[in-house]
Ligand binder design. Structure first.
Ligand code: NI
Length: 286
């Protein structure tokens, strides 16, 4: 269908690239999924409705909304109840590991009864900012692995400057027994291979598009496409060419385009494969 010549048929949606105004039409099953977004962030409180509309216009068929403490996990579930295309991940970020009390753990179990809760996280270790004491981060990480195991759900892991310890815990605690994803991947290729052996997918966000992203580019170029997801981690980490601005799910397109370029595939092929991967991991159905 020629761009703009007709209104989209029910099976298709226009995939809009804001940077050069190019428009292409892709079938619904080739829509992208933003596998990691924080729609409940205060930065979206004024205009979430427009953000959601721009996501649809950009061909983002589904959005996985990730909590980072109890309150934002509850909000992720509320958004998943409100929007059909939104799914929730619940947990406490390593930055807030010191808030993971017994009370919060039991409240997470209650939240997880909602059928739109598809995974546990984001959890892991952040030794870059060290906003919670490292020992508490380790304990909280192990606790999340336990919750995910008991609920038969995959796990969403955040790792910043803690590669070796994250891998040690992943292996020792069998964090990937129900599969999982290492989000906004920043490690090297051997670690990605190790992670895939442990049942993990590798997810790429805006940094893949940055000029100095040599490591991420190498990993994204070489690991099997069957294990790659795309995400925004919005409102953070906006990709090129909107780097530095508030990020939003529509920008998943820029990450997918970079991946398409690296793999010498069409955007439609990348959309199809990464959406299939995300649906498999989180059991999103069609
Ligand atoms: Ni995140």
């Amino acid at each position: 269908m020629a761009a703009g010549s007709n209104s989209p048929s029910p099976q298709s949606v226009f995939l809009t690239n804001n940077c050069n105004q190019r428009m292409i039409s892709v079938p619904k099953h080739e829509m992208l999924i933003d596998s990691h977004a924080h729609l409940q962030d205060r930065q979206f409180s004024q205009d979430l409705e427009q953000v959601m509309q721009r996501a649809v216009a950009a061909g983002i068929g589904k959005i996985v909304c990730v909590g980072y403490d109890y309150e934002t996990s509850r909000e992720a579930v509320a958004l998943a109840q409100k929007y059909e295309q939104v799914y929730a991940v619940i947990g406490v970020h390593p930055h807030d590991a010191n808030t993971l009390t017994a009370d919060v753990i039991s409240k997470l179990y209650s939240l997880a009864r909602d059928p739109k809760v598809v995974a546990i996280g984001e959890t892991g270790l952040d030794f870059y900012r060290d906003l919670s004491p490292r020992e508490l981060q380790r304990q909280a990480f192990v606790e999340h692995i336990k919750i995910a195991a008991e609920l038969y759900k995959p796990i969403v892991i955040h790792d910043r400057d803690a590669h070796q310890e994250v891998m040690d815990i992943v292996k020792k605690e069998k964090a990937g027994r129900n599969q999982g994803v290492m989000h906004c991947y920043s490690g090297h290729l051997p670690m990605a291979i190790d992670l895939m052996k442990e049942g993990f997918y590798i997810s790429f966000a805006g940094p893949l598009t940055y000029k100095n992203a040599h490591k991420a580019v190498e990993v994204a170029s070489r690991v099997t496409l069957e294990r790659i997801l795309v995400e925004t981690d919005c409102p953070y980490l906006a990709p090129e060419p909107v780097r530095g601005k508030r990020n939003e799910p529509a920008n998943t397109l820029h990450v997918a385009e970079k991946l398409a370029q690296l793999r010498q595939k069409s955007l439609a092929e990348i959309a199809y494969q990464t959406s299939l991967n995300t649906s498999r991991l989180f059991n999103l159905g069609n």
